[in-house]
Write a new protein. Structure first.
Length: 71
């Protein structure tokens, strides 16, 4: 859940054109008594599908159709 929250927060900042702060080194984190710091690692890729109209050679179209692939 922490990874998901981090991604959402960073995307929000990016959408609003705000600066995304640099990560803090875990050794420099200050915690309350009895608390702890934990590393959250995430990748920020945009995995949304993008529709493109392209031209392909006829032979490729025939092979894709024979394999029941959608291009």
């Amino acid at each position: 859940m922490a990874e998901s929250a981090l991604k959402q927060w960073i995307r929000y900042l990016d959408d609003k054109k705000r600066n995304i702060p640099a990560a803090t080194a875990i050794e420099k984190m200050k915690t309350n008594k009895g608390g702890f710091a934990n590393l959250i690692r995430t990748e920020l890729r945009d995995n949304h599908a993008v529709r493109r109209t392209i031209s392909i050679p006829k032979w490729m179209d025939e092979e894709a159709a024979a394999e029941a692939l959608s291009l």
